[in-house]
Design a protein around this ligand. Structure first.
Ligand code: FAD
Length: 435
């Protein structure tokens, strides 16, 4: 299953013969073919860099695709898919009859599917032994659990809604209001934290709609600070939950344009039930995909493109779409020859954030129908900003499962394996008396 994205999997203890609970944690930060979770805009960077990347075309033959190259819906699976289709249109304008796509994530598969539907002879080269990239469904806890993308952010007009339906998957709307927020110190309700979270969502909506947008140099922290928002206490907890676990960066390292740029599709958030990996599988049907084949170099020549695989084999076609993650582009894996200067600058300007999950499977759903379980630890450091909220998945996964999140530094500095799972479980024990 491409285990590099998994930090650990295990069981805490056996009570009456039942594992109780089981856990699984992700590690996208050390995954060699992702090197983080998804792209983000740091302070000082304008969101227009994503336009530059989306419009890049080298010698009329090579286009770029990926979540990072989508100006409208960046950092999402639907944004990646749309970006692949945009890149396909860019190279198809050159009217070649063959194409190579590098990377079989949503962007690469979106591009390849589109090219194949247009009758172009397409081959996909993928570094991993599997397709899907940052869509990764694990069944190690007995039911499908999403280790990468899981939410459809804004179902209205979202192409993933159609794809999920064609793949036979169910969408479950998230009821964010059905929540509880409790202090880890004494297990009591924490109305200050709950109020802070509501207020922060209001402020982020205001920032998202700001016209004209705020000064590009500002961080989200700066902007919030000007509105009296504190970096400690309940407000720090809310920031971890609503900013760091959404944009995968600490608020002081997240540019204000990350929030004010891009479109937001309406309709709330849905979770995909039944295994998100069936969406890439649907797109990949009948495509020529070569797995376990990293690409080292992509170059335009007068009569086509040369794609050099890491094993030294050179493949040729009329054109190519390079659909690898931002961090791989920045590392020159592959090197794309003759990228315009503006594209190189845009690539260097974006960053890749950290966002990790902990999945806990219990014997029974002790949370009594609540959808969101907020846990407010003491202190303000990275440890206190990790596993601050858990999302109930029993209707999505068909088993009593909670998924906890960590973003930014809190994700990057989490303990490894079993210690990470023990910390998350402890949060729930302290706040809810969970077993
Ligand atoms: C933990 C987590 C949670 C997320 N949650 C959500 C969510 O709820 N909703 C949402 O919409 N999005 C979410 N996302 C983001 C979403 O998963 C990504 O934006 C999207 O899947 C990226 O697609 P992509 O095609 O751009 O990149 P990828 O999926 O990473 O695909 C790129 C492919 O290129 C391959 N590759 C890399 N280098 C090479 C090379 N040199 N040669 C050949 N192949 C190469 C990789 O192996 C990979 O398969 C989440 C991501 C993470 C990590």
């Amino acid at each position: 299953m491409g285990g590099a994205a998994v930090l650990g999997v295990g069981t805490f203890a056996t009570i009456s013969g039942t594992p109780h609970p089981q856990w699984l944690s992700t590690d996208w930060g050390s995954d060699p073919w992702a090197r983080g979770s998804y792209s983000a805009i740091p302070p000082g960077v304008d969101e227009a860099v994503r336009d530059t990347l989306a419009r890049t075309i080298v010698a009329g033959r090579i286009a770029l695709a990926g979540e990072y190259a989508n100006p409208d819906n960046p950092s999402t699976a639907n944004g990646a898919y749309d970006s692949g289709r945009t890149a396909a249109a860019l190279i198809a304008a050159g009217r070649g009859s063959s194409a190579i796509v590098v990377g079989a994530g949503m962007a690469g598969l979106g591009a390849a599917r589109q090219l194949a539907d247009w009758g172009i002879d397409v081959r996909v080269l993928e570094a991993r032994p599997r397709i899907g990239g940052r869509i990764l469904t694990s069944r190690r806890l007995g039911v499908p659990v999403e280790l990468g993308a899981s939410w459809i952010h804004g179902p209205s007009g979202n192409p993933l809604v159609t794809l999920a339906s064609e793949a036979g998957l169910e969408l479950i709307p998230c009821d964010w209001d059905n929540r509880s927020v409790r202090r880890c110190a004494d297990g009591r309700d924490d109305p200050a934290a709950a109020t802070a979270l509501d207020r922060l969502h209001g402020l982020l909506d205001e920032l998202g709609a700001a016209s004209p947008p705020p000064a590009v140099e500002q961080s989200v922290s700066d902007w919030l600070g000007e509105r009296g928002w504190s970096r400690s206490g309940s407000e720090a907890w809310a920031t971890a939950t609503a900013v760091e676990q959404e944009w995968a960066r600490d608020a002081d390292q997240l540019g204000v344009r990350a929030v004010s740029g891009g479109l937001w599709l309406g309709g709330g958030d849905d979770l995909i039930a039944g295994g998100y990996d069936r969406v890439p599988a649907l797109l990949a049907r009948d495509l020529d995909i070569v797995l376990s084949t990293p690409v080292a170099r992509v170059a335009a020549r007068p009569d086509g493109v040369e794609v050099t695989r890491a094993d030294g084999v050179v493949e040729t076609a009329d054109s190519a779409v390079v659909a690898v993650p931002l961090a791989l582009m920045q590392a020159g894996l592959p090197v794309v020859e003759d990228l315009p200067e503006a594209t190189r600058t845009a690539l260097a300007a974006l960053v890749t954030g950290r966002f990790e999950k902990i999945v806990l499977r219990y014997e029974r759903a002790w949370w009594r129908g609540r959808r969101v379980l907020g846990a407010v630890p003491q202190g303000d450091g990275p440890a206190a900003r990790r596993w601050t909220a858990f999302y109930a998945h029993e209707d999505v996964a068909g088993a009593p499962i909670l998924v906890g999140l960590a973003g930014g530094t809190a994700a990057a500095t989490r303990p490894s394996g079993a210690a990470c799972a023990a910390q998350a479980r402890r949060r729930l024990q302290d706040a809810y008396g969970a077993i």
